[in-house]
Write a protein that binds this ligand. Structure first.
Ligand code: LMR
Length: 328
């Protein structure tokens, strides 16, 4: 079952947005795991597709596979190296098997807000990170923002001790697992598409995510409430394979990179708004959001701070210092 969106673009019943590519066009398959209209990444991906399919018509054509309809984030990078998909934007913690450098982005309270993240990523150190996996066949093209993560659970959470012993779903990443252990919770690494069911059936008691994911995946419906901790970052890297990128004709590569950069600039500036709309959406739907007092917030910072020293050698003390200077 498909319905026409615009000439040559169809959305299937599974939510897969497929452009009807013409013979001779370079096909760019973009696989991601979120929705297409309530999520900073999903919205940016659709804008990118629209622009590529209009402005590069006859040369290139983009197809988007959202909602993990093609791959989830733990599979997509391998699929990319096989040439089965050309573009993805996994969260920075999904690059673990390729580089340990990105672990800085997963350290709790490392960046005070998205503006600080932006400044760090735009610095020489941040820009160099995009090429940190070239040896392994992957090239980072742009950083895309989501936002800061909040905690949800099946009971009220205000203090770190409220998480003690709780089974908390985490993204499968070492830093995030250690962060949950620091809170004396029981970390349960799990792929994103499985989280709603796990919360609903009580396989896990809670999780942590941005407002756009808590709203877009309806996690709030099967949780007691959301605690606004802003403790971790969820950001993405738009990534491609070195082989595919190098195979592109120069004019195609340049035009595509320009469009991608413009979409990045336009949408990164909107990610906070998308998350605030999601927060409002949760409240409007009857969901509960708990904000922290300064004292409570201080307790969360204190509880998670020891995680930094575990990873300092890998991410570089000088990089941590640079990030902290931006926060000051
Ligand atoms: C998650 O697994 O919670 C996130 O990676 C989902 C996302 O926004 O990509």
């Amino acid at each position: 079952l498909t319905c026409a969106l615009a000439t040559g673009v169809f959305v299937s019943s599974a939510g897969m947005v497929v452009a009807a590519c013409d013979p001779g066009e370079i096909v760019i398959k973009f696989s991601h795991i979120v929705n297409t209209d309530k999520h900073p990444k999903g919205i940016a991906a659709n804008l990118l597709m629209d622009r590529v399919n209009t402005e590069m018509d006859g040369k290139a054509c983009m197809e988007i596979y959202p909602n993990a309809t093609l791959y989830n984030d733990d599979q997509v990078l391998e699929a990319m190296l096989q040439g089965d998909v050309q573009l993805a934007a996994p969260s920075l913690s999904k690059f673990e098997t390729f580089t340990k450098q990105f672990r800085i982005f997963d350290l709790p309270f490392m960046f005070k807000n998205i503006a600080a993240v932006d400044e760090f990523q735009s610095s020489e150190t941040g820009q160099a990170m995009k090429e940190g996996m070239v040896r392994r066949g992957l090239l980072g093209l742009e950083f895309w923002h989501n936002g800061l993560k909040q905690i949800t659970a099946d009971r009220p959470v205000l203090w770190p001790s409220d998480l003690e012993g709780l089974k908390m779903r985490v993204q499968p990443a070492e830093v995030i697992i250690e962060q949950m252990k620091a809170l004396k919770a029981n970390p349960q690494p799990m792929a994103f598409p499985e989280v709603y069911g796990a919360l609903q059936t009580g396989v896990v008691d809670g999780q942590q995510n941005t407002y756009s994911n808590i709203y877009g995946q309806k996690f709030f419906e099967v949780q007691d409430g959301v605690t606004e901790t802003n403790h971790l970052l969820l950001d993405y890297m738009v990534v491609t394979s070195v082989d595919w990128w190098d195979s592109l004709p120069d004019d195609v590569r340049t035009q595509f990179a320009t469009i991608l950069h413009e979409v990045t600039q336009a949408r990164n500036g909107e990610s906070e708004r998308v998350n605030m709309e999601a927060k409002q959406g949760i409240l409007d739907a009857g969901g509960v959001v708990r904000e922290l007092t300064d004292e409570q917030r201080g307790a969360w910072v204190e509880a998670m701070k020891p995680v930094w020293s575990l990873f300092e050698d890998e991410v570089g003390a000088e990089n941590i210092a640079a990030a902290q200077e931006i926060n000051a």
